[in-house]
Design a protein around this ligand. Structure first.
Ligand code: 5GP
Ligand code: MN
Length: 349
């Protein structure tokens, strides 16, 4: 069993570990929340932490702001997770009764949409675990580290800091592995460190079924999704003067391919596979919400986090960020292209 001072993985500050141990020393009613449109890391970290906190004897529950892709629904614990949009009464009751609220994989309460107001109104103690830039100051315990590959790696560190790696079951290991593999692009992004690999090695030793997880997440294509990818790639615009490539998908194109949540996952990355391209973007029309949802990716020093924050009401990491626009699809891309001139030196450097 590892101690807080000498364990290899502990990245939580000692004062945070102490505070967390104190908070969890009595049974709590816990609600764990990922960001809206939860991805593999958001679901893996919340479900993994939920299993751990339940093992400690707490009453713990995951509440997602909305639905998430089918390719994540094999994860242990998904059937007990509550969807705030679909199971609203149950969710509202649990949030109102919560004594502790964990917020995972985001650091700004605006990222949970409709749940925001309700959550802010509770008396619960907040714990944040997150790896995005510019954390807001709303939690009594903030474990924020932008050098981390994923929130799942941080949940591993949290469990390790508590001296509890022996409590990691195969269910917890499967959840955490899934989040790490998705947020690191299968261990290839710059955020993947030696520590990430050591955590992953331990998770496999504890029962994470790595090959099965890869198959369940990445090999679940449908003909509709592949045809939608074809459409997206056809729509790609390459701006050599700015080392930039962007893709658009209109609501009609999504409808024509029976779009389901998660179908566009990973499309934005194709732009970066072009030699020389440093900045890749996808603009996806969402008529129901009246917005264009945008994903930004970059290679090297160009910060898409800052770009998204400055121009598209978003944020994220240096090389992967998201944002949105209230303009039409056409106006949004025109506005986007008009911004590039200012960044030409950085994009061509
Ligand atoms: P994706 O493009 O895959 O949706 O998200 C890329 C990264 O940016 C993720 O870490 C995600 O949490 C973050 N992100 C996506 N959309 C938004 C947004 O609207 N606001 C902020 N602050 N972050 C976002
Ligand atoms: Mn993440």
């Amino acid at each position: 069993m590892s101690s807080v001072l000498n364990c290899i993985f502990a990245r939580m500050k000692l004062e945070n570990v102490k505070a967390l141990k104190k908070l969890l020393s009595a049974p709590q009613k816990i609600v764990i929340i990922p960001h809206k449109n939860p991805d593999g890391d958001a679901m893996g970290s919340t479900l993994g932490l939920n299993k751990y906190l339940t093992l400690l004897g707490h009453q713990s529950l995951v509440i997602t702001p909305n639905d998430y892709p089918d390719f994540l629904k094999w994860m242990p614990g998904t059937s007990a997770a509550i969807n705030f949009e679909k199971q609203n009464n149950e969710a509202v009751k649990a949030i109102k009764e919560a004594t502790v609220i964990f917020t995972l994989d985001f650091n700004d309460l605006r990222r949970i949409g409709q749940m925001h107001e309700l959550v802010v109104g509770t008396q619960a103690s907040f714990v944040m675990v997150d790896h995005h830039q510019s954390p807001h100051d709303y939690a009594s315990i903030t474990y924020s580290d932008v050098t981390m590959s994923s929130t799942c790696e941080m949940v591993y560190n949290l469990i390790d800091s508590m001296g509890d790696t022996d409590k990691i079951t195969s269910d917890i290991a499967n959840c955490l592995y899934a989040g790490i593999v998705t947020d690191t692009g299968s261990f290839k992004y710059a955020s993947t460190t030696g520590k990430t690999h050591r955590v992953v090695a331990n998770l496999i030793d504890k029962g994470a079924k790595n090959t099965e997880i890869h198959n369940k997440i990445f090999d679940t294509n449908t003909p509709d999704r592949l045809h939608l990818l074809g459409c997206a790639l056809k729509n790609m615009v390459i701006l050599k003067d700015y080392n930039t490539a962007y893709i658009t998908l209109s609501q009609k194109e999504l409808d024509d391919h029976n779009f389901k949540k998660g179908d566009t996952e990973g499309f934005v990355n194709y732009g970066l596979t072009l030699a020389g391209i440093r900045f890749a973007v996808i603009f996806i029309e969402n008529k129901e919400e009246g917005i264009i949802k945008i994903s930004f990716r970059s290679e090297g020093d160009f910060s898409v986090n800052e770009f998204a924050r400055d121009h598209f009401d978003g944020g994220g990491h240096t090389n992967a960020a998201g944002g949105k626009s209230d303009r039409s699809l056409k106006e949004t891309t025109e506005y986007f292209v008009s911004l590039l001139e200012t960044y030409q030196d950085q994009l061509l450097a």
